[in-house]
Design a binder for this molecule. Structure first.
Ligand SMILES: [Zn+2]
Length: 672
């Protein structure tokens, strides 16, 4: 077989993979997976060894192909690749639905769980429990009529959720602001102005055309000196897809929001849950809706006094009462006046090679790792390098690709993805291989990329995800690394690692001026550290407002009363928010995370994981950020265990108690 995607072992030959390889490889692997599953299920008495392990093996082989395809589609341009990818994505979604509804597999898993309850270890039992839970949440155990209804609900939900997205997108694209007098653009960064000039030229207009995409919205709200321009942008943005604002009623999501909440509630009830919030928590670390609500309200009560203080101070600074569209603008000015630390001015101190060397040094001191680049590995682009990770004994335990800089055709943002998952049983152990992708500003000529400190934090964050994935010691791919880790705990290792990018002990390791080699001067470092908690109260109450709104919407839904979207939002704002919202504000109508994305009754996860990460990091406070004993306990209890154990249990083992919010409050400068 000469399809590089189908090489069964070793690193993928990325340089050799072409769009034409994608469909044959995916189709062949899915067909093999289906055959394998059928033949496994035809055996007499299925056991963990005769069914589950080969099933894991087959799924590992399928993921190996699909991970490479997905990855190539994210980092490379190309119409041919994109359409092959999209066709395969549909194929795989259908296949996963087919497996999720496979009753024979479900029954077999249940039998194995019962028969081998005493013979299997905790990780194997967790794997089986996850599988069984997944089946139940896919409706496999329902009687035929209800199963049919479940499928209808899923189809309808998919339809209305994508219509919700479409409306937001259309509403965003429908509004533009044309500017002919340059004075109106005063304060807006040059990059955004250049984009606006290009947008006008593209449409044969003179002057500037500001579209309503997020970077423009942020640039205008934070920097435009013209109050009317800010207000217009704010109104257009916060009324998108609603009954108000410049496009009132044209893309109105009101009815869809009601439908989405009703469909979710019915799905939850069908599966035996009281609410969609309970269904959401079935796969998360938080135990009950009450626990989540109490968690959010407790944090709101603690952050609110600081937020009120910050807001009052901001109004004093502005010299007048502030409207919603004034806040980001004056906050930006206050930040500059107080901290005068410019991310651009920090760049020369953070050349990428130095940052990487420091990051690897941190990983070495914490976990005894040695990380070295490896030459001659086939990659998807000349800028990409492969690094091998060895443990204390020199044994190679993992590897990762690093694709650091932005380029044409590469998806924006930063992420860590699995290329190959760890597998430690059956025919030959496989070490985990990750992909770390960032979009740093590309260097000019032969110079190294120069990072802002925000970039450095991003790199540490993704590397934290990477360590979670690569340092796993779990043998079964479906519970190794980040697989099977609850949504509200998955950001623990990444946010934990972020903290290192802020430590005075770490800065000299990761900074060296590109011209002089000197580390970041103490005075600049002091200003950088002082700016860290700027407006922590205001930004926390905003996140808590989103989280409480989302959670209450799903926990308190009653069919007879409907979604009560506006009422719940008003109640939450009265409880949590400190700024005044204009009557026309319809932010919920474009809240895609919750109405069409994966964060329904799960937006709280951001704060939840932040608390875990800050508390885990605080374990190092007494003995120092490089204490190898504490690091080893973190590795053994949490980092290496992936989804193989209950996260709360793991956390309690590491910390000797349940999570405490105090370290996060301290980091944010809030009195506990
Ligand atoms: Zn993350």
């Amino acid at each position: 077989m000469d399809n590089p995607l189908l090489a069964p072992t070793g690193l993928p030959d990325f340089a050799a993979i072409r769009a034409g390889h994608v469909e044959p490889a995916v189709e062949w692997t899915v067909a093999r997976h289906r055959e394998t599953l059928a033949s496994l299920l035809s055996g007499a008495e299925p056991s963990f060894a005769s069914l589950i392990e080969p099933f894991e093996e087959a799924s590992h082989a399928l993921a190996r192909v699909w991970n490479a395809v997905q990855h190539m589609n994210s980092v490379l341009d190309g119409e041919e690749l994109r359409s092959a990818y999209n066709r395969c994505r549909v194929l795989l979604a259908d296949y996963h639905a087919e497996v999720g509804q496979n009753e024979a597999l479900y029954r077999a898993c249940g039998q194995i769980r019962e028969r081998e309850a005493t013979g299997l270890d905790a990780a194997q039992l967790k794997l089986l429990d996850n599988l069984l839970r997944g089946f139940r949440l896919a409706g496999v155990a329902l009687p035929p009529e209800q199963k049919q209804r479940y499928r209808e609900l899923m189809q309808q939900l998919a339809k209305v959720q994508s219509k919700f997205d479409e409306n937001v997108l259309d509403a965003t694209q429908a509004w533009t602001r044309r500017v002919t007098d340059e004075a109106e653009l005063a304060g807006i960064p040059a990059g955004a102005i250049a984009r606006a000039a290009a947008a006008a030229r593209d449409r044969g207009l003179d002057g500037w055309l500001l579209t309503l995409d997020e970077p423009n919205y942020v640039a205008v709200l934070s920097h435009a000196e013209d109050t009317t321009l800010r207000r217009d942008f704010y109104e257009a943005w916060t009324t998108r897809a609603s009954d108000r604002g410049p496009a009132a009623g044209r893309f109105d999501n009101s009815a869809l929001m009601e439908q989405i909440l009703a469909l979710r509630h019915e799905t939850a009830q069908l599966l035996g849950f009281a609410s969609y919030a309970e269904l959401s928590l079935a796969t998360k670390m938080a135990a009950s809706p009450d626990e989540v609500l109490a968690f959010l309200r407790d944090l709101a009560a603690r952050y609110r006094p600081a937020a009120l203080r910050e807001f009052a101070e901001l109004e004093r600074f502005a010299g007048r009462p502030l409207e919603a569209w004034d806040i980001a603008f004056f906050a930006e000015r206050l930040r500059q006046q107080r901290h005068s630390v410019s991310q651009e001015a920090l760049r020369p101190y953070f050349p990428l090679p130095r940052v990487l060397a420091g990051l690897f040094e941190v990983a070495g001191r914490l976990y005894g790792l040695a990380i070295e680049p490896r030459e001659g590995v086939s990659t998807w682009h000349p800028q990409v390098r492969y690094y091998a990770i060895a443990d204390r004994s020199g044994r190679e335990i993992a590897g990762f690709y690093l694709d650091p800089c932005a380029r044409q055709g590469k998806r924006g943002g930063a992420w860590m993805d699995d290329c190959i998952s760890r597998k430690g049983f059956g025919g030959g152990a496989v070490i985990p291989v990750a992909q770390l992708v960032c979009n740093f500003t590309p260097p000019v000529g032969d110079a190294p990329p120069l990072l802002t400190h925000a970039d450095v934090v991003t790199l540490f964050h993704e590397f934290g995800h990477g360590l979670h994935f690569m340092l796993t010691t779990v043998d079964y791919p479906s519970i190794a690394g980040i697989s099977g880790v609850p949504w509200d705990a998955v950001e623990l290792p990444s946010q934990f690692m972020e903290q290192y990018a802020w430590q005075p002990e770490v800065i000299p390791l990761i900074s060296a001026h590109v011209g002089t080699g000197e580390p970041l001067p103490a005075e600049l470092l002091g200003r950088l550290l002082a700016s860290r908690a700027f407006h922590a109260g205001l930004s926390a109450v905003r996140q808590l407002e989103f989280a409480l709104f989302d959670f209450r919407l799903h926990a308190g839904y009653e069919p007879a009363r409907g979604g009560r979207v506006a009422e719940v939002l008003d109640e939450v704002r009265r409880e949590v928010a400190v700024i005044r919202f204009p009557e026309f504000n319809r932010f919920a109508h474009a809240f895609m995370h919750v109405f069409s994305g994966g964060y329904a009754a799960g937006y709280y996860s951001y704060k939840w994981a932040e608390v875990l990460a800050a508390d885990a990091f605080a374990a190092f406070e007494d003995t120092g950020v490089f204490d190898a004993t504490v690091a080893l306990r973190f590795l053994d209890s949490i980092l290496s265990r992936g989804g193989s154990r209950d996260v709360m249990e793991a956390f309690v083992e590491f910390r000797g108690r349940r999570p405490d919010v105090a370290p996060l409050l301290r980091k944010d400068g809030i009195a506990a």
